[in-house]
Design a protein around this ligand. Structure first.
Ligand SMILES: Nc1nc2c(c(=O)[nH]1)N[C@@H](CN(C=O)c1ccc(C(=O)N[C@@H](CCC(=O)O)C(=O)O)cc1)CN2
Ligand SMILES: NCC(=O)N[C@@H]1O[C@H](COP(=O)([O-])[O-])[C@@H](O)[C@H]1O
Length: 479
């Protein structure tokens, strides 16, 4: 069954692509408006049918027929469990329309389009949640192709109506991790803003960029655009803040991996602007490694086991992470010392979570349950507020607390710059296990919040070397 559908898609793509002239445009909204571009783009071609009307009939019937079949649920993402598109995160008031369009465009559809071909259709019709994309021929040579465009739009409308419930396969959502740096934008004569993203998937088709343009408050549309050699790309930055490129993450574990799992799940839900691409562990059979294998995430063994050939050396580990184009390393219950080679290769890019309020209860020997046992045994008490001579003793009260710390990693255990902490109460009759469980819940929340900021490039360094997290809602404030 799959084969026939794949060959069907191929025949449609071939028929659309191998002819001397023609154009395609992926439109975000059903519209008859044609954006006049300041330089014509040769995009895609349609096969020269014996006669004009035969061509139209051929294209209309083949497009409509193939799209109906292409869009049939289960076709495009057959090998991978299907996920319906998560509704886009409510963009903060400050986010411009373009950025929400861009987030939808970059995160949820470009990967699919680029991986499958510009002929694929997808998504649903409600612009408030997920975009509807149409592929229509856009003529720069006369009414013929405009007529063709209208015919195909009609076909697609009917075809896409069939796709309304169509979901994006998970593979498309993971393809985005191969996507490119910051989108740039092209100012169109009518002051519309076109944001384009290099599109690796279609290079062999001569299509190098996909773009998302918008006019304030109006409809949005998406183009597939080809830059012919020598053509000047008048790309200029626009003021609108654009989300950074999605980040590539590596997670290091030695045990159960609950922090790793909460980060991975947050990424799949669209809460993080990043993806976990590789798991590193010193215990290939630990819970975190098991979870990674069950979710298609490559597992790498580090460090080398003493007498065995398995495992990577520090330099091999650096090379491996570079091959995945990893941006950030997240330690989550990893119990081995990170070598200086890795710290130098990933400066200010390695985070660790520790289950106490550092600098208390940190360093060599302080890991896992040992940390919580030490906290309980110490009877450590922190005043909840500054006591001063003026404040009588009965007003100051002792609060017994601990909690997770997230810090940058340097060459020693737990001595790197602290980025975030959160207080968790210690109850008088707590066992180490009960306290560990309470702290772990807070770890999961705190680590996802910090990784979210990391992926959105909201971590800044103060002049005295202290890292701060810029508020998501108000860039002038810090968490
Ligand atoms: N260069 C760094 N490497 C690591 C750091 C760090 O801050 N800098 N953090 C640790 C995680 N961690 C605390 O957060 C930590 C892990 C393990 C130990 C420890 O004492 N380990 C034992 C060996 C334990 C074992 O193999 O089962 C030891 O070294 O003797 C302390 C702190 C991760 N790496
Ligand atoms: N010093 C390092 C250390 O103790 N890390 C701690 O190991 C646990 C791993 O749990 P997880 O594997 O379920 O994420 C977490 O509590 C983490 O803070």
């Amino acid at each position: 069954m799959q084969e026939s559908q794949a060959s069907l898609r191929h025949s449609l793509l071939t028929s659309l692509l191998h002819s001397p002239q023609g154009h395609c445009r992926i439109q975000r909204q059903p519209t008859t408006e044609v954006v006049t571009r300041h330089t014509p783009r040769r995009l895609l071609c349609f096969s020269p049918a014996p006669s004009v009307f035969a061509r139209l009939r051929f294209l209309r019937s083949s497009a409509r027929f193939c799209l109906l079949r292409l869009c049939r649920p289960g076709l495009l993402g057959s090998a991978v469990p299907r996920l319906s598109l998560p509704p886009p995160r409510a963009s903060s008031a400050s986010a411009s329309p373009s950025s929400s369009c861009w987030q939808l465009f970059e995160a949820q559809l470009v990967p699919k389009l680029c991986s499958l071909s510009p002929v694929a259709c997808s998504a649903t019709v409600n612009t408030a949640t997920t975009p509807s994309w149409k592929i229509v021929p856009d003529s720069v040579s006369g009414f013929l192709l405009l007529l063709l465009r209208r015919l195909l739009v009609e076909s697609l409308k009917k075809g896409l109506g069939f796709c309304a419930e169509h979901t994006i396969p998970m593979e498309a959502q993971q393809i985005l991790s191969r996507f490119c740096p910051k989108p740039s934008s092209l100012l169109l004569p009518s002051h519309k803003k076109l944001h384009t993203l290099p599109c690796v998937g279609l290079k062999n088709l001569g299509i190098q960029r996909l773009g998302c343009s918008y006019t304030e408050g109006k409809k949005k549309r998406v183009f597939c655009v080809r830059r012919t050699i020598g053509e000047e790309a008048a790309e200029v930055k626009v003021g609108a803040t654009m989300p950074a490129r999605r980040k590539k993450l590596a997670v290091f574990v030695s045990g159960g991996g609950s922090n790793f799992k909460s980060i991975h799940e947050a990424s799949l839900k669209g809460l993080l602007h990043g993806d976990v691409l590789v798991l590193v562990t010193n215990k290939h059979d630990c819970g975190g490694a098991e979870y990674a294998r069950n979710n298609g995430i490559p597992v790498v063994l580090f460090p080398k086991v003493k007498d065995g050939s398995d495992g990577l050396s520090p330099s091999e580990l650096v090379d491996t992470l570079r091959s995945f184009q990893v941006d950030f390393i997240l330690l989550a219950g990893f119990l081995k010392l990170i070598p200086v080679e890795l710290i130098q290769a990933y400066e200010k890019s390695i985070l660790n979570i520790h289950p106490s309020l550092l600098p208390a209860f940190g360093g060599k020997g302080y890991y896992g349950l040992k940390v919580h046992k030490a906290v309980i045994a110490s009877g450590a008490r922190y005043t909840s507020r500054q006591t001063s001579h003026a404040v009588s003793l009965e007003l100051s009260h002792f609060v017994w607390e601990t909690g997770p710390t997230i810090h940058f990693v340097d060459e020693h255990y737990d001595t790197g710059r602290i980025l975030a902490q959160r207080a968790v109460p210690v109850l008088a009759n707590d066992t180490a296990e009960e306290l560990a469980s309470r702290v772990l819940k807070e770890e999961h929340r705190l680590y996802v919040e910090v990784v979210e900021a990391l992926c959105e490039e909201r971590i800044v360094w103060r002049e005295d070397g202290v890292p701060l997290i810029r508020s998501k809602d108000n860039p002038n404030e810090f968490c």
